[in-house]
Design a protein around this ligand. Structure first.
Ligand code: MG
Ligand code: MG
Length: 270
């Protein structure tokens, strides 16, 4: 069953989301050659725990050993942080963060370049991030879940990248994973209707050259089947009568639908 959230509940989720947004800004400066994924995990854990009422939501969830997921290069999701895993110039690292604030989950991920990356890698990151923004713009009352996946497909079409379809976005609230599932492929107008009060984690994952994945022997780390690089961008979004509200950070100005209510835009100095 799809659980709709009240405005008050969405505000709590947004408070968790603000912590993740701030965390990503802070952690970006730590991502450089030589740093280990274990150090990034430790920083994230301490950062989240410094906020009253907030805990790293992934820590111990389903038995996950880290506080955040750190997935390097061909790793798509669920990479386990380690002090023995150092980053190299030109790598990419996806950091997936969950915060539980007063019992409410928030979920967001970003793929960061480590130093300078090659153009092909830069393009993969750019397209995945744009696919997320376009998908979020489709998260409006009157649309359906299928419109979100259709928006991802429209951006990726013609690039040669693979949309990882075995992993999906999801509703979230009191649980990290709630209904509905939010696939990154779909047909406009199909799937459950989007309603005021739905809170969704929208999270396109793209493989540079494949849409196939497999899980390593550690039973967590998901990699692309051909070991090509992959990128992952995720925000938690509330579907509201006033449009999609991004709860885990801000979005570039050109995505007007995602800028929030007009009163907050400072238009015309009013
Ligand atoms: Mg996530
Ligand atoms: Mg998620």
């Amino acid at each position: 069953m799809i659980q709709l959230k009240t405005e008050r509940e969405i505000e709590i989720i947004a408070r968790g989301g603000a912590i993740i947004s701030d965390l990503f800004q802070e952690v970006e400066s730590l991502i450089r050659p030589g740093v280990s994924t274990g150090e990034l995990n430790k920083f994230a854990d301490e950062f989240i725990c410094s906020y009253e009422g907030a805990v790293p939501a992934f820590k111990g969830l389903y038995g996950f050993p880290g506080s955040v997921c750190t997935s390097v290069n061909e790793e798509v999701v669920h990479g386990i942080p380690s002090f023995r895993r150092g980053l190299n110039e030109g790598d990419i690292i996806s950091i997936d963060v969950g915060v539980k604030m007063e019992g409410w989950f928030t979920d967001s991920a970003r793929t960061f370049p480590v130093g300078e990356v090659d153009d092909a890698t830069g393009q993969l990151l750019k397209v995945t991030e744009e696919a997320l923004y376009l998908a979020m713009e489709a998260a409006v009352v009157g649309n359906h879940v299928g419109d979100i996946g259709a928006a991802v497909m429209a951006r990726v079409d013609g690039t040669g990248y693979g949309i990882i379809r075995d992993l999906v976005g999801h509703g979230l609230g009191k649980e990290l994973h709630e209904e509905p599932q939010v696939p990154n492929v779909g047909k406009a107008g199909q799937g459950p209707p989007l309603m005021d009060g739905m809170v969704l984690a929208i999270e396109p994952m793209l493989g540079a050259s494949t849409d196939q994945i497999r899980t390593l022997d550690d039973r967590w780390t998901v990699i692309s089947a051909d070991r090509g690089r992959s990128a992952h961008f995720e925000h938690t979004v509330a579907v509201t009568q006033d449009g999609p509200r991004v709860l885990t950070g801000s979005v570039p100005e050109e995505y007007e639908v995602l800028q929030g209510p007009a009163v907050n835009r400072g238009v015309g100095g009013i």
